[in-house]
Design a binder for this molecule. Structure first.
Ligand code: FES
Length: 160
């Protein structure tokens, strides 16, 4: 027959062996490549509601500390950051204040005897609602958005 080329048994075996080798390599290699690349492709949500436990754990009128951690994945590097603040309940109002001073980011502490948040770095003070009482901070303490669902208090974490 013109144009027809007969494939030898040896050629046929070589073609089939190469084909099966390629398939087996793909079956074994692709998951491994996916496993190695997946950390670089993963990102963590930078906007999330963080549960802080039952609202009843936070007594009225007393700033009560809370904290949570967030991990950030950057390629193969993972960092864990801690955040915190104070829950202040005033009637039905729930205020979640950051404990980061708005001057140069030191952490404030609540001093019951003074009824103030005190920043130890430059002697600043904030009232219970987070407004500046004295010192260099240019703004009140930042407040997290809050919500209560089925008795559980959440704060909204927004990165950046
Ligand atoms: S960092 Fe708080 S007063 Fe300066």
């Amino acid at each position: 027959m013109p144009g027809y080329q007969h494939m030898s048994r040896r050629d046929f075996v070589q073609v089939v062996t190469a084909f099966l080798g390629t398939i087996m390599g793909a079956v074994i290699g692709l998951p491994a490549i996916g496993y190695l690349l997946s950390p670089a492709l993963k990102g963590q949500k930078s906007d999330a509601w963080i549960p802080l436990g039952p609202l009843d754990n936070y007594p009225p009128d007393v700033p009560t500390p809370f904290s949570f951690t967030r991990s950030q994945v950057n390629g193969w590097e993972k960092t864990v950051n801690s955040y915190g603040g104070f829950i202040v309940r005033n009637g039905d109002e729930v205020l979640a204040l950051s404990n980061i001073c708005t001057h140069l980011s030191c952490r404030v502490v609540w001093k019951t005897e003074q009824a103030l948040y005190i920043c130890p770095c430059h002697d600043a003070a904030f009232f219970k609602d987070g407004t500046v009482a004295s010192g260099p901070p240019p703004h009140p303490l930042e407040a997290y958005e809050t919500k209560v669902e089925e008795g559980v208090l959440y704060v909204r974490f927004v990165e950046g």
